[in-house]
Design a binder for this molecule. Structure first.
Ligand code: PXG
Length: 438
């Protein structure tokens, strides 16, 4: 097996126990549809769409072809003061499937960049309107918004923050909505907890609402453990933001592109943000890409001054890169032509039923689901948080199924192309693996 492995030492791997990995490498050399092939020729059924991103499955031939064609036609086009056809096509296509109020798209290369861009847009918007005193940002405990300084400042997962100094000033956090006492084993959206949104009123009273620029949250907190918003919660946050002229940013990096059974989570939960961040499923993981969608009024606020002047001093060398844009356009065509968002809403009840069969298994203290996102939370081993879920992950992998863990939660996020049998296999393998651990 080691003959097939590259030299592992030089690469400092992200979010990885490097020393453990290098003693126990798991390397994927190929992927197709729902499966990875590992370095030792195991076929691994992917239960998490790569890392919540390959919504159209792996190496979809249409997307592969579009990227190949783009690579031989136009590799790179200078991103500032110039353009290329695919990036405009992509912006139009995305705006067409987004909530109708979101009319303009800014492109980045990742979800982290999308979040930092969104926060900068929020601050600059208020300043342009003569409200430069609105500088505070409000995030939420257990929120994940990538790894830029803006994203970790508004994010609420402690290990992502604690090593990195004081981050952005003027940031506050809402409490998370996770509550096992009231909501364990809720099927779909929890009924209890809509009132938790009222804490925002208290935070605003403390700082004075006129100092607050934006509130940012994920519709469903993904990395924080697949936490489904209680009924009414997001709508109440929206109302409070409206009352005080505060922008609502929804981070749809995971919940976008069919994951909830609609184009975006905001549609599923009937709440329209002022700004939306996207990434991951936007290119089905084929080429890195992220973006920020904004309302007309926000765009218009920037479009003042002499026409030749730059309106927003922000952008990346690779904003709207031709290969990413080509992947994005092809991905959206695949979603549409194969009806994958509708497919997600048809698969969701089957996924839910399968998940419910895990109820009553040893150590299981909660099951959560919405659309094609699911989670099984386990009782932690005393003094050894995360180990129980990792043991399940290892059992699943040895049975040929890839799952993801966050804390003591096993997270599932199958591609929207999964067959019913594959959805069942993913969930039943988790069930067997839970039964197999100590
Ligand atoms: N926002 C959200 C809601 C995310 O889930 C990002 C921003 C950042 O995206 P980039 O492309 O910069 O990674 C994410 C990313 C996990 C896990 O296992 C999740 C993410 C990244 C790494 C691990 O939960 N989500």
């Amino acid at each position: 097996m080691s003959d097939q492995l590259p030299k592992l030492d030089a690469f400092w791997m992200p979010y990885t126990g490097n020393r453990f990995f290098k003693k126990n490498p798991k390397i994927f050399k190929k992927a197709r549809g729902m499966f990875y092939t590992s370095h030792d020729d195991q076929e691994i059924l992917d239960g998490v769409s790569g890392l919540w991103c390959c919504n159209a499955g792996h190496c979809h031939p249409r997307i592969v072809e579009a990227v190949q064609k783009q690579a031989e036609t136009l590799d790179y086009a200078i991103a500032f003061q110039h353009g290329h056809p695919k990036v405009f096509e992509l912006a139009n296509k995305i705006v067409n499937i987004a909530p109708k109020e979101l009319t303009h798209a800014f492109f980045t290369n990742s979800g982290s960049e999308a979040v930092d861009t969104a926060l900068k847009i929020a601050l600059a918007y208020h300043r342009s309107k003569g409200e430069g005193h609105r500088t505070r940002l409000i995030g939420r405990e257990k929120g994940y918004h990538g790894v830029g300084f803006g994203g970790i400042s508004v994010g609420g997962i402690s290990p992502n923050r604690k090593m990195f100094g004081s981050m952005l000033p003027g940031v506050d956090h809402l409490k998370h909505t996770h509550n096992l006492e009231h909501n364990a084993f809720s099927v779909g959206q929890p009924q209890w907890g809509g009132h938790l949104a009222d804490e925002l009123t208290e935070i605003l009273a403390l700082h004075d609402p006129s100092t607050v620029a934006a509130v940012i949250m994920e519709p469903i907190a993904g990395s924080g453990g697949v936490l489904i918003p209680p009924v009414g919660y997001l709508n109440r946050i929206r109302e409070i933001c409206n009352e005080h002229g505060i922008l609502m940013i929804l981070d749809e990096v995971i919940t976008g592109f069919g994951r909830t059974g609609k184009s975006f989570g905001s549609e599923s939960f009937n709440v329209t943000p002022d700004i939306m961040t996207i990434a991951k499923g936007m290119t089905s993981g084929m080429v890195p890409m992220g973006g920020v969608l904004v309302k007309q009024e926000i765009y218009d606020t920037f479009m003042t001054g002499p026409e030749e002047n730059i309106e927003f001093f922000h952008g990346y060398t690779y904003s709207g890169h031709p290969l990413a844009a080509a992947a994005g356009v092809a991905t959206l065509e695949v979603y549409e032509e194969e009806g994958l968002f509708e497919r997600a809403s048809e698969l969701a009840p089957i996924f839910e039923q399968e998940l419910q069969t895990i109820k009553g298994s040893q150590y299981v203290i909660d099951i959560r689901n919405f659309g094609m996102l699911g989670a099984i939370e386990l009782q932690p081993i005393e003094g050894k948080p995360t180990v129980r879920a990792l043991n399940v992950y290892k059992e699943c992998y040895s049975r040929g199924v890839l799952v993801r863990t966050t804390g003591d939660t096993v997270a599932l996020c199958p591609s929207l192309i999964a067959s019913k049998d594959q959805v069942s296999t993913v969930v039943q393998t988790v069930k067997e693996s839970i039964a197999a651990i100590d």
